[in-house]
Ligand binder design. Structure first.
Ligand SMILES: [Zn+2]
Length: 151
């Protein structure tokens, strides 16, 4: 399942990526571009815009301003679950690549490097990810939402 968030839904897009969903989040632009991209790439459009949602088959209209409620709204319609947490860059949607711990020297704080064995890197923006406190908070927040886990 591939998703496309309109420019009102930046936080939601980042969270959907953290959950493992391929989620496009284009620059602000005409509705026409969103509609075309959704169709061309087979993505489900998520939008705050009621009229736009009505024009696109299978689009999901998001009503809330609040991130957790938004995730629940999407989950209610599309049956979201934790597909593969930490598999995508939350900033650019690229699939993360595991990198050996010895290769992150100088890329992450020394204290982080000594405490963790597994690291991932985004091939596009080069950001390095690890299962640190940010990860724990994310998992905790997602658990709190009580979404079903992937089998
Ligand atoms: Zn990235």
């Amino acid at each position: 399942m591939k998703l496309l968030c309109d420019h009102m839904l930046g936080s939601l897009a980042r969270w959907l990526r953290l959950m493992g969903y391929d989620t496009a989040y284009p620059e602000p632009g005409p509705d026409r571009d969103l509609i075309d991209r959704a169709r061309k790439e087979g993505r489900i459009l998520l939008t705050r815009d009621k009229e736009l949602a009505a024009r696109v088959p299978d689009a999901v209209q998001i009503r809330s301003d609040e991130l957790e409620v938004q995730i629940r709204e999407v989950a209610g319609v599309l049956g979201l679950r934790l597909v593969d947490p930490m598999s995508r860059c939350s900033l650019c949607n690229e699939v993360l690549v595991p990198i050996p711990a010895e290769h992150v020297k100088g890329l992450v704080p020394e204290a982080v490097r000594s405490r963790h064995q597994e690291f991932w890197r985004c091939p596009s923006c080069k950001r390095v990810y690890w299962q640190g406190s940010h990860w724990d908070k994310m998992v905790e927040r997602l658990n709190h939402l009580d979404l079903p886990r992937a089998p």
